[in-house]
Design a protein around this ligand. Structure first.
Ligand SMILES: *Cc1c(COP(=O)(O)O)cnc(C)c1O
Length: 466
């Protein structure tokens, strides 16, 4: 048949709709969705014939099969589980931190049952949704007060708007950072109504620079952790101690956006010190804020710790209501924080910490086990165990590489680019990175439950050559 005749032979939508096979199989789906999917399948067939890649009309059964696949695709949730083989632990694009089991149970509880979210069980009256997290935060950090908001960007915004609207905030030029493309400290400051007073230079800022800028209209002395970059060499920043001293001398509050900050020391990996939120509060910083889903290993949230009057003022700000977290966040955050009562327990149960500190030999065993299974089961790929460098990610500990292990895959029947693309198109997509004609999967971010779908996925990706 010529292409023209072939095109004419494509069955019409209306004809297919009348067929018994169609009615029986797609009756299970909403009408409109099924018809749209069928149209798409026939459109694809048409363009495949025009391109000369299809030379015959498929059977009705296979058209219906293809339609069902399309329907399933178009009705499945867009947010899918993926396998993170990148070795970047707090991967912002892949959802940052995984949650501890107890946090998952808290989410489940909050989803399935009514809770005392805002109900005081002792008094039998309306309560405060923040008390749950506040009491554990107080035990852990000894901060007088705390407030949880939607994320750390919201925290920065709320702190500045509450304490410095229409007034000046002094910050070092070297700390006017951008995080992840859409969060820039100077932009958030502007929106909050605070007036930015930048001091020092990009690489060197001293106590005197802050001191000279202090005046009556100064509301806040601010410091931001340069989470995702590091200036090396000819560099000086104002220390927390100097800031505290300045604040006391001039009676101005100090705010430190630690970005991630730590609640427990991670000396094993931190070459450069991540600021310790607890230490800063103990030293007398008035306010700190940090993310829930970075090094804390909790859900997305912004945690503000500080002196009681400042926290009270923020709670009263009408914006607090707009930035407030929901019951899921608060439940999962509280459960994660409770794990920090015991450092060993935190490291054992919080996936982010566990991944950062996992012994390399455990990863080596995992890599060897997966490599062995792959080479036993799959013939169209060469697999080898390699040493890699994993990263904490999420804009934390930017130059800390964590020694890790992975597998390198070299497909025989696909180009490396098409293999990588096929892995991304799997029902459980596998995300790795290409390095010198091999696809690398780092074991530090691959969890036990990933092993079976990973190997099944590799098999599927290597199966057909189209
Ligand atoms: C990550 C980060 C933020 C933004 O926090 P989100 O929780 O992503 O909103 C703000 N400041 C610093 C210093 C950060 O590292």
């Amino acid at each position: 048949m010529t292409d023209k005749n072939l095109l004419r032979a494509i069955p019409k939508v209306d004809e297919i709709l009348k067929q018994r096979e169609w009615r029986e199989t797609v009756a299970l789906y909403p009408q409109g969705i099924a018809k749209d999917a069928l149209r798409l399948v026939l459109d694809e067939l048409r363009s495949a014939i025009k391109k000369g890649v299809v030379h015959s009309i498929p059977s009705l059964a296979s058209i219906i099969d293809a339609t069902k696949t399309r329907i399933n695709l178009s009705t499945a949730p867009g947010i899918k589980r993926v396998i993170n083989g990148t070795g970047v632990i707090i991967h912002t694009n892949l959802g940052r931190s995984l949650l501890a089991q107890s946090a998952i149970e808290a989410l489940h509880n909050a989803a399935c049952h009514y809770t005392n979210l805002e109900y005081d069980l002792d008094k039998g009256e309306r309560g405060d949704r923040y008390t749950h997290c506040t009491s554990i935060l107080k035990r852990l950090t000894h901060a007088e007060g705390s407030l949880v908001v939607n994320n750390n960007a919201a925290a920065v915004y709320l702190v500045l708007n509450t304490l410095a609207e229409g007034k000046e905030v002094i910050i070092s030029r070297g700390e006017l950072i951008e995080i992840g493309g859409s969060f820039r400290i100077p932009d958030v400051m502007k929106k909050s109504g605070a007036i930015l007073r930048e001091v020092g230079t990009t690489n060197r800022t001293y106590r005197e620079d802050y001191e000279k800028a202090i005046q009556d209209n100064t509301a806040l002395l601010m410091k931001a952790h340069t989470s995702n970059y590091r200036i090396k060499g000819f560099f000086h920043e104002i220390s927390a101690d100097e800031l505290i001293d300045l604040g006391k001398t001039y009676n101005k509050p100090i705010y430190f956006d630690t970005g991630s900050g730590l609640l427990i020391p991670l000396l094993e990996v931190s070459i450069h010190h991540e600021p310790s939120n607890i230490e800063l509060i103990e030293k007398g910083i008035d306010i700190v804020s940090f993310s829930g889903d970075k090094l804390l290993g909790a859900p997305q949230a912004g945690i503000i710790l500080g002196k009681a009057p400042y926290i009270e003022a923020m709670k009263k700000n009408p914006l607090a209501r707009a930035l407030r977290p929901d019951k899921f966040t608060l439940s999962a955050l509280e459960s994660t924080l409770l794990l920090y009562l015991d450092r060993e327990q935190a490291i054992r149960e919080i996936p982010t910490l566990r991944m950062i500190l996992e012994d390399k030999n455990v990863l080596l065993k995992r890599a060897r086990r997966i490599a062995r299974k792959v080479s036993e089961r799959l013939k169209r790929v060469t697999v080898s165990v390699i040493f890699t460098d994993a990263e904490v990610g999420g804009g934390t500990l930017p130059d800390v590489k964590i020694p890790s292990c992975g597998i390198a895959l070299k497909p025989h029947t696909h180009s490396i680019e098409s293999f990588e693309q096929k892995l991304r198109a799997l029902p459980v997509p596998v995300i790795g990175r290409i390095e010198k004609d091999t696809l690398i999967l780092d074991m530090r971010t691959i969890i036990a439950e990933d092993e079976t779908p990973l190997i099944d996925g590799l098999e599927t990706a290597l199966k057909d050559d189209t």
